[in-house]
Unconditional design. Structure first.
Length: 239
């Protein structure tokens, strides 16, 4: 794993890059952290993706002042479907796509607010999207996913922010004919796959790790990404 500097239209930010061992080229995945910022669980996820044959990059969306200062601006960009945060994400996507060891097929995965960005960015040049428990955007799903890439989404039934979001997203994706795999896990809350801080308190408030749900969700994500990203024809030297 390498800590790198990512050049963006608004200056450099820090990011994490994980490269698979063995011969390439490989598909890539942009990984987006949750509202608690870029943490060790996200680094572990990037390592896991590399083990499954994907180049993985995690841009630090809170690099310009920390969690509290950046959160409002980042959330504002999410609600507007555009702005500095999306330009940071595009810079990460382009860095992977420009690498000679990348096929050019790029997916995106995100958690909590990062899941919201992964959902909105499903229309912004990615080959597959995996939002985990995004913010409650269900009233705007039809608008958000219009023209989206294939989506594999995961929710927790007891997530206080996402009651009923999974079935609603699945309904919209079905109506629009977008390839998808949406699952809501019973007896599971928010942040079940990327370990929110203060787990004991988190579980009381509807957050918290669920190993069984997390394991199954990642099984689905890799099967979905393998279908929609690994099957892409690698670029030639002239492409």
């Amino acid at each position: 794993m390498t800590d790198i500097t990512l050049e963006t239209p608004h200056g450099d930010i820090d990011a994490v890059l994980e490269i698979p061992t063995g011969d390439g080229p490989r598909p890539g995945v942009v990984v987006l952290h949750d509202g608690f910022g870029l943490r060790e669980p996200h680094r572990e996820i990037a390592r896991q993706m590399a083990e499954h044959g994907y180049l993985a990059i995690i841009p630090n969306l809170f690099a310009r002042g920390g969690v509290l200062r950046c959160m409002l601006g980042v959330f504002r960009d999410l609600m507007a479907y555009e702005g500095q945060a999306f330009e940071d994400i595009e810079a990460a996507r382009k860095l992977l796509s420009d690498r000679p060891d990348c096929t050019g097929a790029i997916g995106i995965a995100g958690f909590c607010i990062g899941g919201g960005f992964a959902l909105v960015a499903s229309t912004k040049g990615f080959g597959a999207s995996s939002p985990f428990y995004p913010p409650p955007l269900h009233s705007r799903y039809a608008e958000i996913v219009d023209g989206a890439c294939p989506i594999v989404a995961s929710f927790g039934q007891h997530d206080p922010m996402n009651r009923g979001s999974g079935p609603l997203l699945e309904k919209v994706l079905t109506e629009k004919g977008i390839p998808h795999d949406v699952k809501t896990y019973p007896d599971t809350g928010h942040s079940f796959a990327d370990r929110a801080p203060l787990q004991t308190l988190a579980r009381i408030t509807g957050f918290g790790q669920n190993e069984a749900a997390s394991t199954d969700a990642w099984r689905r994500v890799y099967a979905f990404f393998d279908q929609h990203l690994q099957t892409t024809t690698p670029r030639t030297a002239d492409s």
